[in-house]
Each structure stands twice: as structure tokens, then as C-alpha cells.
Design a protein. Structure first.
Length: 67
């Protein structure tokens, strides 16, 4: 199970920052972006391999379930 930031969202904001620098903005003037979008990924196969049962309620809340 992993809970972390959404990589696609992070890359999108990084590309926006690069575009601003290429347009002439000073890197120090660009605000720091802290990710606000997170995702929950659960590996059910891995959980079963180590003898864990993942509750159905948690599986429903997950953004991605690896079977």
C-alpha cells in the first residue's frame, strides 16, 4: 500500500515553472509548489502473499488497486 503525491500533477506544475523561466521569469520569483493531490494505491496480491486481508472499505477508497 502506498499513499503519495500524484506524479502527473507534480510534472504538470514543474512544466509550468519551466515555461515561466523560459518566458523570462526569475526562478526566485516563481512560487514553490507543494503537491495537494494525493493518491492511494493498494497491492492486493502483495497483501495476500504476506497474509494480510485488506478491508473492502479501504479498497473502495483507493485510487488504484493492483490485483
Amino acid at each position: 500500500m502506498a499513499y503519495g503525491f500524484d506524479v502527473v500533477d507534480l510534472y504538470r506544475h514543474a512544466a509550468d515553472s519551466v515555461a515561466q523561466v523560459l518566458d523570462g521569469a526569475k526562478p526566485g520569483d516563481i512560487p514553490y509548489y507543494q503537491s495537494t493531490k494525493f493518491e492511494l494505491v493498494i497491492n492486493v496480491r502483495g497483501a495476500k502473499a504476506i497474509g494480510l486481508t485488506v478491508p473492502a472499505a479501504l479498497l473502495l477508497r483507493a485510487d488504484e488497486v493492483i490485483e
